[in-house]
Design a protein around this ligand. Structure first.
Ligand code: OSB
Ligand code: MG
Length: 368
C-alpha cells in the first residue's frame, strides 16, 4: 500500500450525558479523526487523545503536530508492506503512543481491506461477539448512580464499572452493592488514591468487586505492587501500562493481576497484541477499555477484544450510551445477552456516514 494523502479532521461532539472521573468532568469532546487515502481505498481511524493532558500527556494538538511533522512524512508515498514495516519507519520517534496508534490503525485496516477480511480476523481474533460493559462516571448522588445502573441493567449490560475518588468511595460502593447484590461490579479510581488511603482501599475487599482499576499513581508500579500484596481484590492497571515493557514490569513486580488494554495508550494494535501475549504468559487476563470513542474507534476496540485472552467484560458500550448520533451506520447496539456483534465486512467493517462527519467537523487539514 502507498499512502498518498491524510486528512486530519477535528470534530466536536456532545456526549449524551456528562462523564465525570476523579480528574475531570466532560460533556463535550474534541476528537481527531484521520482519513487515510491510498490508490485502492480509504481508511478512517480515530486518535484517542483528549483536549487536555489529564489522562495522558498527549493532547489533540500534540497528536496533530507529531502526525504531520514526523509520522506522516516518514511514510508518505512509500510502498508500505504493513504494520511491521510502518514500525520500522517510525521506530526512531520517541513517545506519543496515541498519535502513532492512530496512523497504525489505518495501516491494519488497509491491510485487512487488501486481504478482504475483517480487522478482527486480521488481528488473529476468533470471536464473532464480544462481551460489552458500561463505565459510569461519578454522579451527584448515589441515588442517581443506582438509577443509572438499573437502567443499564435493563438494557442487558453484563458489567458495571463505577468511577470513584476519595470521598466518593467505600460508602458509595456499599450502597450500590446493597442495592444490587449480584451484579458484576468494579471500580476505577483513575489514580486518585495513594498508599495513605490503605484503610479505605482495604475496606473495598468486602464488596466482591471484579477488580479495582488504577487506584494509585499513573506511573507508580512499586506502590501498586505493595497494595496488591495487601488486597484480595485484583488490581487492574490502565494508565500505568503504556507499553509492552510496562506490562513486563507490572508482571515481574506483581503490581496487578489484570490489564485494561487500550490500543491508543500502548501505541497501537501491534503493541496491544504484545501486551495481550505478555499478560497471558504471566497468567493475567485482559479486557478492552475505551476512551469514549465514536463508532470509528469503537470498531477497532471491538476487533481487538476478539482475541482469546480478553476474558473479562469490556468497557465497550453501544453507540447510544455516548452519542445522540454516532458517525457510523448502523450504530453499535447491545444484544440481549450483553454482547456486541463483531463487524463481518472487510476492514474496519463499519460504514462512516460522511454527512454526519461533516456536520461535526470543525477543522480539516489536508496533508499530501
Ligand atoms: O479510565 O477507563 C478510563 C474514558 C476516558 C478516559 C479514561 C477512561 C474512560 C472510561 C470510559 O472509563 C470508557 C468508555 O466507555 O469508552
Ligand atoms: Mg481506567
Amino acid at each position: 500500500m502507498i499512502i498518498e494523502r491524510v486528512d486530519l479532521i477535528q470534530i466536536h461532539m456532545r456526549l449524551i450525558a456528562p462523564f465525570e472521573t476523579s480528574y475531570a468532568r466532560q460533556s463535550e469532546l474534541d476528537k481527531l479523526i484521520l482519513k487515510v487515502y491510498t490508490h485502492d481505498g480509504t481508511a478512517y481511524t480515530e486518535c484517542t487523545v483528549g483536549n487536555q493532558p489529564l489522562y495522558s500527556y498527549e493532547t489533540l494538538e500534540t497528536a496533530k503536530y507529531i502526525l504531520k511533522s514526523f509520522i506522516i512524512p516518514s511514510i508518505m508515498g512509500m510502498e508500505l508492506r504493513g504494520p511491521d514495516h510502518y514500525w520500522e519507519k517510525i521506530a526512531r520517534l520517541r513517545g506519543h503512543p496515541m498519535a502513532k496508534a492512530a496512523m497504525e490503525n489505518s495501516i491494519w485496516t488497509l491491510k485487512a481491506m487488501e486481504e478482504g477480511i475483517p480487522l478482527a480476523k486480521c488481528l488473529g481474533g476468533q470471536r464473532d461477539r464480544i462481551l460489552s460493559g458500561v463505565s459510569i462516571g461519578i454522579q451527584n448522588s448515589t441515588e442517581e448512580l443506582i438509577e443509572l445502573i438499573a437502567s443499564y441493567m435493563s438494557q442487558g449490560y453484563p458489567k458495571f464499572k463505577i468511577k470513584i475518588k476519595p470521598g466518593k468511595d467505600v460508602t458509595t460502593i456499599e450502597e450500590v452493592r446493597h442495592h444490587f447484590p449480584d451484579i458484576t461490579l468494579m471500580v476505577d479510581a483513575n489514580n486518585a488514591f495513594s498508599l495513605h488511603h490503605m484503610e479505605t482501599l482495604q475496606a473495598m475487599d468486602k464488596f466482591d468487586l471484579l477488580m479495582i482499576e488504577q487506584p494509585l499513581g499513573h506511573d507508580d508500579m512499586v506502590d501498586h505492587s505493595r497494595l496488591q500484596a495487601k488486597l484480595e481484590t485484583p488490581i487492574c492497571l490502565d494508565e500505568s501500562i503504556n507499553s509492552p515493557s510496562a506490562a513486563r514490569v507490572a508482571a515481574a513486580l506483581h503490581a496487578c493481576r489484570i490489564i485494561n488494554i487500550k490500543q491508543g495508550r500502548v501505541g497501537g494494535l501491534s503493541q496491544a497484541l504484545e501486551v495481550h501475549d505478555i499478560a497471558q504468559a504471566n497468567g493475567m487476563g485482559v479486557w478492552c477499555g475505551g476512551m469514549l470513542e465514536t463508532g470509528i474507534g469503537r470498531a477497532v476496540n471491538v476487533a481487538l477484544a476478539t482475541l482469546p485472552n480478553f476474558i473479562y467484560p469490556s468497557d465497550i458500550s453501544a453507540s447510544d450510551r455516548y452519542w445522540e448520533r454516532d458517525l457510523i451506520d448502523p450504530p453499535f447496539t447491545i444484544n440481549p445477552d450483553g454482547t456486541i456483534d463483531v463487524p463481518t465486512e472487510p476492514g474496519l467493517g463499519v460504514k462512516v456516514n460522511e454527512a454526519v462527519l461533516n456536520r461535526v467537523t470543525v477543522d480539516r487539514e489536508i496533508i499530501r
